[in-house]
Unconditional design. Sequence first.
Length: 177
Amino acid sequence: MIAVLGNHDYHGDEVPDVTKTLQDAGITVLEGEGVMVDTKSGRLGVAGAKGFGGGFAGRCATAFGEPEMKAFVEHSEASAVKLAKALADLDCDVRVALTHYAPVPDTLSGEPLEIYPFLGSYLLGEAIDAVRTQLAIHGHAHAGCERGMTPGGVRVRNVAHPVIRQAYSVFHLDEAC
């Protein structure tokens, strides 16, 4: 199992303990790293980062004005850079991006427009499009929808439990998932 942490994991300011608990249970927790898994069909690479908010093209925050706003945007930018580097560093046949925050607005449909900037960032989508990636998976948007696509054509899936209404989803990367 491979995971990234989400906003609820950060809320109690116990990220090291949450991460250790998951790792002790055999779960690989990614934050700006990648992991490769050998399968009978080839080498699967998964790169992950929590990501952050900031909004989407045409309606996004910029690092201007107050220090708090600059810090918000800089955190989003840094997270996208970590994801892009982790994706690029994978030596694999199939590449998957794993984030908590949404990389595209498509999978937010059903959420109030006013909260889109707090649900994801176009910078994550750009990071995913920068390296040949077959699938992007995220959570966080509980009233969103399951399917979307980056501007570069990468399939995006929102796997938040309220969206998929099941414990997990299975994606076949050799098919249109």
